[in-house]
Design a protein around this ligand. Structure first.
Ligand code: ZN
Length: 80
């Protein structure tokens, strides 16, 4: 069983090209299981999250602050 250390979220506004990224750390251990941070913060985007703690955080809502668009391309990956 691998140990995940953080999720990196990358967001790209499809309307104006505004781009940002944030990472959320898992501060748990191999023995105690995961313990996630509850949310990330993007520069120039409004965001809302759920999860944290035992549950892996998920991005619920994202909106571009520069142009107000909610048409946002969201990608995430796990990094050690
Ligand atoms: Zn935008």
């Amino acid at each position: 069983m691998g140990c995940i250390d953080k999720i990196v979220y990358t967001v790209l506004c499809k309307q104006c090209g505004n781009q940002s990224e944030t990472s959320i750390r898992d501060s748990g251990s191999n023995f105690g299981g995961s313990w996630w941070g509850s949310e990330g913060n993007f520069a120039d985007f409004d965001s809302a999250w759920e999860g944290g703690g035992l549950q892996e955080p998920k991005l619920l809502y994202i909106k571009c602050k520069k142009c107000g668009s909610e048409q946002i391309n969201v990608e995430w990956n796990y990094q050690p």
